[in-house]
Design a protein around this ligand. Structure first.
Ligand code: NAD
Ligand code: UDP
Ligand code: UDP
Length: 343
C-alpha cells in the first residue's frame, strides 16, 4: 500500500527510527501544529537545530509569533496561520500535533471550540498522516486521568473523569483524540505515538495564562499576592519544558506507540510551590486564598517507569533549577524594553 511517492519516502524515513537522537539526518519535513505556543516553540527550536525543516501550523489563539520569530528568514522554517479544525494539505514525514489551548482558563473560554480542536483537529491531522504516510504524535494530557483514584498514575489507569463538567471539553476531548489516534493506527496502519503530558512550565508561557506556575511567578515579580486556590493542599508535579521536549522527540523517534506519561515525579502542594516561588523571587510575597475552581483534581503525579524503560527518558531539571530559568524570561517580558506584542 506504499504507492504514492510520499508514502515511499515515508517508509525510508521511518527506517531511520533507530538512529540515536542528535545525529544529523538529511531533510526531514516536520509539521508542528501549535508550534507558536509554549511547548511547540521549544520543540521547533530543537528540530531546527537538528537540521530538519519545520512547518508550524497555528491559529494564534494562545500562541505568539514572537515565540518563533527568531526563525524567520531561515529557509527551513515556515509559519502558516491555519486552524486545524479545517482540513489541510501538506507533504511531510512527521506530525507533532500540539494544537490545543492547555491552560484551564483558555480551554474553558470557548469549550465548544476546544472540543472541536481536539476531535475535528486531531481527525484532520490523522487524515493527513494517513494520506502521506507520516508518523503522527499526539500530545495528550495527564487530565485523561481526571481526579485520579490511583496515585501515582500509571498509563494502565483508565481515569476518573466527569463527562459533563467544565473541564470535560479538554479532558474528554483529549480522551477522544487518543481514541482516534489508536483507531487510525489499528484501522489504517498509521504510525502513531501518544504522550500524556503532566504540568509543564518554562520560558515563553503566556504571562497571564492562569496556570499556577505562570501566575505565581508573574504575581511575585509584580509584587502582587500569590493567589492560592482552595486550601492549597492539592498537588501537582512540575516538569521543565526542555525535559518534555526531549521526551517528545525520543517518543517520536522510538519504536513504541505508548501512551507514555511524560512528567516530573516531584510532587508539590500549591502551598509548597508558593514557598519555592517566594524563595526564588521575593521572600516577602504574600499569599491570598481564593475559592478553588470546579472539578479541580486533588492530586497528580506521574509514574514514569514505562518511559524510563522503553524510551530511556527521565527528567533532569528539578523545580529549584528550572524555576529561575523561567523567572529571568518573565522578568524580561514584564519589565524589559522587549514589548509584549499581539499577533
Ligand atoms: P499553548 O496554549 O501555549 O500552545 C497551544 C498552541 O496551539 C498555541 O500556539 C495555540 O495558538 C495553538 N492552537 C490552539 N488551537 C488551535 C487550532 N484550533 N488550530 C491551530 N492552532 C491552535 O499550550 P502548551 O502548553 O504549549 O501545550 C501544547 C500541547 O501540550 C497542547 O496540546 C496541550 O494540551 C498539551 N499539554 C500541555 C501541558 C502543559 O502543562 N503545558 C500539559 C498537558 C498537555
Ligand atoms: N484531511 C486533511 N488533510 C489531508 C487528508 C485528510 O485535512 O491531507 C482531513 C479530511 O478532510 C477529513 C479528515 O482529514 O476530514 C479525515 O480524513 P480521512 O481520509 O481519514 O477520512 P475521510 O475523508 O474519508 O472522512
Ligand atoms: N492554582 C492556584 N492558583 C492559581 C492558579 C492555579 O492555586 O493562581 C491551582 C489550581 O487550583 C490547581 C493547580 O493550581 O489545583 C494547578 O492548576 P493549573 O491551572 O496550573 O493546571 P491544572 O493542573 O489544573 O490543569
Amino acid at each position: 500500500s506504499k504507492n504514492t511517492p510520499y508514502q515511499q519516502r515515508a517508509a525510508v524515513v521511518h527506517s531511520f527510527g533507530k538512529i540515536p537522537l542528535g545525529i544529523k539526518r538529511k531533510g526531514l519535513r516536520i509539521v508542528v501544529t501549535g508550534g507558536a505556543g509554549f511547548v511547540g516553540s521549544h520543540l521547533v527550536d530543537r528540530l531546527i537545530a537538528r537540521g530538519d525543516s519545520v512547518i508550524v501550523v497555528d491559529n494564534f489563539f494562545t500562541g505568539r509569533k514572537e515565540n518563533v520569530m527568531h526563525h524567520f528568514g531561515n529557509p527551513r522554517f515556515e509559519l502558516i496561520r491555519h486552524d486545524v479544525v479545517e482540513p489541510l494539505l501538506l507533504e511531510v514525514d512527521q506530525i507533532y500535533h500540539l494544537a490545543c489551548p492547555a491552560s484551564p482558563v483558555h480551554y474553558k473560554f470557548n469549550p465548544v471550540k476546544t472540543i472541536k480542536t481536539n476531535v475535528v483537529g486531531t481527525l484532520n491531522m490523522l487524515g493527513l498522516a494517513k494520506r502521506v504516510g507520516a508518523r503522527f504524535l499526539l500530545t495528550s494530557t495527564s487530565e485523561v486521568y481526571g481526579d485520579p483514584l490511583q496515585h501515582p498514575q500509571k498509563e494502565t489507569y483508565w481515569g476518573n473523569v466527569n463527562p459533563i463538567g467544565v473541564r470535560s471539553c479538554y479532558d474528554e476531548g483529549k480522551r477522544t483524540a487518543e481514541t482516534l489516534t489508536m483507531d487510525y493506527h489499528r484501522g489504517a496502519g498509521v504510525e502513531v505515538r501518544i504522550a500524556r503530558i503532566f504540568n509543564t512550565y518554562g520560558p515563553r508561557m503566556c504571562l497571564d495564562d492562569g496556570r499556577v506556575v505562570s501566575n505565581f511567578v508573574a504575581q511575585a515579580l509584580r509584587k502582587e499576592p500569590l493567589t492560592v486556590y482552595g486550601d492549597g493542599k492539592q498537588t501537582r508535579s512540575f516538569q521543565y519544558v526542555s525535559d518534555l521536549v526531549e521526551g517528545l522527540m525520543r517518543l517520536m523517534e522510538g519504536e513504541h506507540v505508548g501512551p507514555f506519561n511524560l512528567g516530573n515525579p516531584g510532587e508539590f502542594t500549591m502551598l509548597e510551590l508558593a514557598k519555592v516561588v517566594q524563595e526564588t523571587i521575593d521572600p516577602d510575597a504574600k499569599i491570598e486564598y481564593r475559592p478553588n475552581t470546579e472539578d479541580d483534581p486533588h492530586k497528580r503525579k506521574p509514574d514514569i517507569t514505562k518511559a524510563k524503560e522503553q524510551l530511556g527518558w527521565e527528567p533532569k531539571v528539578d523545580l529549584h533549577k528550572g524555576l529561575p530559568l523561567m523567572v529571568s524570561d518573565f522578568r524580561q517580558r514584564i519589565f524589559g524594553d522587549h514589548k509584549e506584542g499581539g499577533t
